[in-house]
Design a protein around this ligand. Sequence first.
Ligand code: SF4
Length: 140
Amino acid sequence: MRERWGRRVRVRLAFVAPTGAASERAADVVPALPEVLPELRRALALAQSARLRLLLVGYCGIPPCLLAPFEHVSESAYRGRVDVPDDHVKFEACRACVYDAGCPGLWRGYVDAHGDPGVRAVTRAPARVRAVSWLTRRVI
Ligand code: SF4
């Protein structure tokens, strides 16, 4: 990415969605987030060092609370109020989270298959999220 396009393109990432045929076998075909997140954080650190312009989409992404210290790559960290779709779930912790309004939570199919991956309220957005939110809101 860096060699071919550098910062000329914006990369948007999604997580595996338990929809369609995958919804019936979500436990088999959708990886558990606690297994994925350490490797994902390493990849995000690499992307950051390469200065890639990268964003995890809100609806099909991963909630910001699970991405720390990379909350700033989640679209949900910058959105205004969104409705929680029927195929997503929120948690008790979400009520105290600074991202509650803009975060759709997790896929219901994922939670049915794997349970709560460690959702926890974020009580203060990191400085980086606060600093760039006005700019990101213009482009997502
Ligand atoms: S605690 Fe809830 S609202 Fe906050 S980021 Fe996590 S899933 Fe989203």
